[in-house]
Design a protein around this ligand. Structure first.
Ligand SMILES: [Cu+2]
Length: 128
């Protein structure tokens, strides 16, 4: 019976808290990149022969753009028809430089999520 004696303002706060928790739960279920090789903000000595992406759930990788010094690096990327959690994209033409990888996926909830990560091959180029 104690619960029913609580002030209305406190009950409103509790209800608001419940709503916030509910929405936070929804947001965390959103598709995202869990890890990559090379890793975000890492430095590797040799140009990678492939780039590996691991997502937090099955996704269709619809865009993967590898950039070095503002130029697109040719890769063997093809948009995926199948939903997978792990993708490996060959990068036979990788050289030294500052890399940015731009990706877009469509998650199982139908939402498109886009983001990017960066890594350095060789010594970081201060001018880039
Ligand atoms: Cu979503």
């Amino acid at each position: 019976m104690k619960l029913f004696n609580l002030p209305a303002s406190l009950l409103r706060s509790a209800a608001l808290f419940a709503i916030v928790v509910l929405f936070a739960g929804t947001a965390s279920a959103h598709t995202g990149l869990k890890e990559s090789t090379p890793a975000d903000e890492s430095t590797v000595q040799a140009p990678p022969s492939e780039i590996n992406l691991i997502f937090n759930g099955p996704v269709r990788l619809v865009k993967l753009e590898v950039m070095v010094a503002g130029k697109v690096v040719p890769t063997q990327f093809r948009p995926s028809a199948e939903a997978l959690s792990t993708f490996t994209i060959a990068t036979p033409n990788a050289t030294a430089g500052n890399y940015t990888v731009n990706w877009s996926v469509i998650g199982e909830d139908g939402h498109t999520v886009s983001n990017s990560f960066s890594f350095v091959v060789g010594t970081a180029n201060a001018a880039d």
